[in-house]
Design a protein around this ligand. Sequence first.
Ligand SMILES: C[S@@+](CC[C@H](N)C(=O)[O-])C[C@H]1O[C@@H](n2cnc3c(N)ncnc32)[C@H](O)[C@@H]1O
Length: 252
Amino acid sequence: MSGSDSEPELSSETLRILQEVMREQQAQQERFERLRQQAEVQFDGVQQQNASDEPTATKESESVTMDIFSEDWQLSQFWYDEDTSEKLAREILDNITPESVVCCISSPTAYVKLMSMNPPNKNNLFLFEYDTRFDIYGKQFIHYDYSSPLEFRLAKELQHSVDMIVVDPPFLSEECLTKTLESVKHLLKPASASSEGGKVVLCTGLTMANVASQSLKGLEITTFHPGHRNGLSNDFRCYVNYRSRQFHHLSS
Ligand SMILES: C[S@@+](CC[C@H](N)C(=O)[O-])C[C@H]1O[C@@H](n2cnc3c(N)ncnc32)[C@H](O)[C@@H]1O
């Protein structure tokens, strides 16, 4: 039997579809590469701009949308719907000043939306994420794995200096939530005589309510139900550790 006899042949239609998929993948990779390169340039620009107190808005990050990041369910990626990402980004904007330091942990949709809304100082806004596709944000991207909650770039510099955190742990387990909140407590600005301390918005399942309130003092469940683009079967909730104008405590 000759080699060609034993190899299955693809129909021309299957070949066409395969080539189309490969072209799309290549275009996607090229786009990410362009965005990465631009982030490098922008970060240098941001540092120079800071010296002259100019706004740090960057052109490329404004054009990034979540549409370029397909959900990877192996990484528990379930993106928020438009309404939820807008509400979370708006919540951040309503609670910060140009000096505030903000971290979005495992919540890239909120970060991408925030960066598109002309925030006051992009240099102070960080995305903690496991998925390295988001390194298109250059120095603002911090590679993060909840299973090593205190091991990440800038862990020392950011310790107890963060004014606001939006966090959505990848898994609905006690281990994942407590470790992720360990990172949150490490980062968060503590309360003092002159400041009420850092603010936290946690999005996770209703089943995690007890672990959440036990792991981080002051976290309370709100009436806001974060929504997801492709739906989610779990009862999903939002918790905050401060009085939010938008997300009201369930108990009040
Ligand atoms: C439940 S999703 C939350 C995403 C959120 N709904 C959004 O739209 O931005 C969990 C996030 O955790 C990230 N993730 C996956 N594995 C992780 C890990 N080991 N450590 C930290 N984050 C992880 C995923 O990439 C994803 O962005």
